[in-house]
Design a protein around this ligand. Structure first.
Ligand code: FAD
Ligand code: NAD
Length: 476
């Protein structure tokens, strides 16, 4: 007889494994199906985020930033260094160890919470009073049943039609996190978040990086002032070379690497030649082989599983969360959806505040925001006031020699309620947490302005930006 669970989660990325843990915490008999295998064939938990996404990319960003800082930024502190070298294999091994530690940690959490890990590919077979599923793994296939199913199958890299990704010369995120040597000339298609983060890693380690972006504007989702500042810093001489508004044509493997034919923004034919190429043009939701059509689960025009605001799919007792549904493809958005649906299944009132989800890019300077951009407020006809304060006037930023960038706060003109906070600068990823709390609690800019911030700290820039909304910054 088939094993029957209260909840079966398909996929153990950040959305799925958090949903499974929360469901188990709430006393539900929970299983999680995961098919991910490491290069040496071991099944692993953690999904894209832990294996080939957030965690390994941040490890390499940190290592490469340390190398660049040691080479170029210590002189300002009166420290001279010579003969600075790096060992790429050691850097990659450090990254791999962090990944192993984190994915192994989830296996431990599953054990502690008595979650059954079903290793293999999961798919729907049929419905009824329970959902019937099949798990196909190394040990063969197993039929299981579930009262509730949470689909958390995530996403994979979008590839260019007709261009084979071998993850050696032509790479998506997986290959780009594991180059065995620093490519002297690195091409990147797509100047979005993956292109900028991974382009930064390899540039710091010595690659000449050329990026081709289809859109005529840079970082379209960010606040325009932030995007302009980022453009200024990222494209300084010797930094990233980014061409906007290009039309990528034929991409061919050549004897020396890759040749990309493209048209420039003003319509001229041009060629990019590089040793390795990263294709970072967005991600596609994973729904193939899921048996969605077999049970009539609706998929929307963009390939996402159709869900309502509570992540309920089109069929009873089926939920979908994370990258496989609408909304930003961010690990923490999926985690929050995981908690929400587990609580709803357990009869509680789970919810996600989609207006308070932070975005972070771990470039240097970092970029982080929450809430509305200035261009969104203009388009919506909302009357707002804006306050902005630079890190260059902050003692801690100067002491750390990290004085690029600023924080900008947008507040409702009538109520002063904070509508958006936008930061570009060192530690923006950490500083944004204060703004997320403020938006979640419906705070005004006056609230932030009246909260005591430690001195000297980068966080004082948040307070000064809040004061600037009312044109009364104290230090600038
Ligand atoms: P995934 O993490 O993709 O996990 C889905 C899991 O489901 C996978 O393990 C897959 O094997 C499994 N699966 C799929 N189908 C089946 C099936 N039928 N049966 C069994 N198992 C199945 N986001 C951030 O918030 N911050 C970052 O810094 C960040 N950095 C990133 C860097 C890179 C290079 C990349 C590629 C992404 C990054 N992201 C980041 C995005 C983040 O990784 C995703 O938003 C997140 O992983 C989505 O979580 P998920 O659980 O929905 O899906
Ligand atoms: P993205 O959407 O951030 O950027 C893709 C870029 O490629 C866009 O600017 C797009 O205009 C461009 N593009 C698309 N087709 C093109 C073409 N044919 N030629 C040239 N340019 C083209 O996607 P991504 O960088 O692949 O990242 C995928 C997702 O992963 C992101 O949307 C994000 O949600 C997530 N992610 C998040 C983080 C983070 O939170 N720090 C880091 C990495 C990835």
């Amino acid at each position: 007889m088939a094993r029957t669970f209260d909840v079966v989660v398909i996929g153990a990325g950040p959305a799925g494994y958090i949903a499974a843990i929360r469901a188990a915490q709430l006393g539900l008999n929970t299983a999680c199906i995961e098919k991910w295998r490491t290069a040496d064939g071991q099944y692993a938990l953690g999904g894209t985020c832990l294996n080939v996404g957030c965690i390994p990319s941040k490890a390499l960003l940190e290592s490469s930033e340390n190398y660049e800082r040691t080479q170029h930024r210590l002189a300002a502190h009166g420290i001279s260094v010579s003969g600075v070298k790096f060992d790429l294999q050691a850097m990659l091994e450090r990254k791999n160890q962090i990944v192993r530690k984190m994915t192994g940690g989830i296996a431990g959490l599953f054990k502690r919470n008595k979650i059954t890990w079903l290793q293999g590919h999961g798919r729907f077979v049929s419905g009824g009073t329970t959902w019937k599923l099949e798990v196909v793994g190394e040990q063969g296939s197993e039929a299981i049943e579930a009262h509730h199913v949470i689909v958390a199958t995530g996403s994979r890299a979008r590839h260019l039609p007709g261009l084979e990704v071998d993850n050696r010369i032509v790479c998506d995120n997986e290959g780009a996190l594991a180059f065995d040597a620093v490519p002297p000339r690195l091409g990147v298609i797509g100047a979005g978040v993956i292109g900028l983060e991974l382009g930064s890693v390899w540039r710091r380690l010595g690659s000449k990086v050329q990026m081709l972006e289809a859109l005529p504007s840079f970082l379209g989702a960010a606040d325009e002032a932030i995007a302009q500042e980022a453009w200024k810093v990222f494209t300084r001489p010797g930094a990233l070379e980014i061409e906007l508004g290009v039309g990528v044509g034929a991409v061919q493997r050549s004897a020396s690497g890759v040749r990309v034919d493209y048209t420039t923004a003003d319509g001229k034919a041009s060629v990019l030649e590089c040793d390795r190429l990263i294709v970072a043009i967005g991600r596609v939701p994973n729904t193939e082989g899921l048996g969605a059509d077999q049970i009539g689960l609706k998929i929307d025009a963009r390939g996402c599983i159709e869900v309502d605001k509570n992540c309920r799919a089109s069929l009873p007792r089926i939920y979908a969360i994370g990258d496989v549904v609408r909304g930003p493809m961010l690990a923490h958005k999926g985690e929050d959806e995981g908690v929400m649906v587990a609580e709803i299944i357990a009869g509680q009132h789970g919810h996600v505040n989609y207006d308070a989800i932070p975005w972070v890019m771990y470039t240097m300077p970092e970029i982080a925001w929450v809430g509305k951009t200035e261009q969104q407020l203009k388009a919506e006809g909302v009357a707002y006031r804006s306050g902005r304060f630079p890190f260059a006037y902050n003692g801690r930023a100067l002491g750390r020699d990290e004085a690029d960038g600023f924080i900008k706060i947008l507040a409702d003109a009538a109520t002063d309620r904070i509508l958006g906070v936008h930061a570009i600068g060192s530690l923006a990823s950490e500083l944004i947490a204060e703004a997320v709390v403020a938006i979640e609690f419906g705070a005004s800019s006056e609230d932030i302005a009246r909260i005591c911030h430690a001195h000297p700290s980068m966080a004082e820039v948040m307070r000064e930006a809040a004061l600037a909304v009312d044109k009364r910054s104290l230090n600038g």
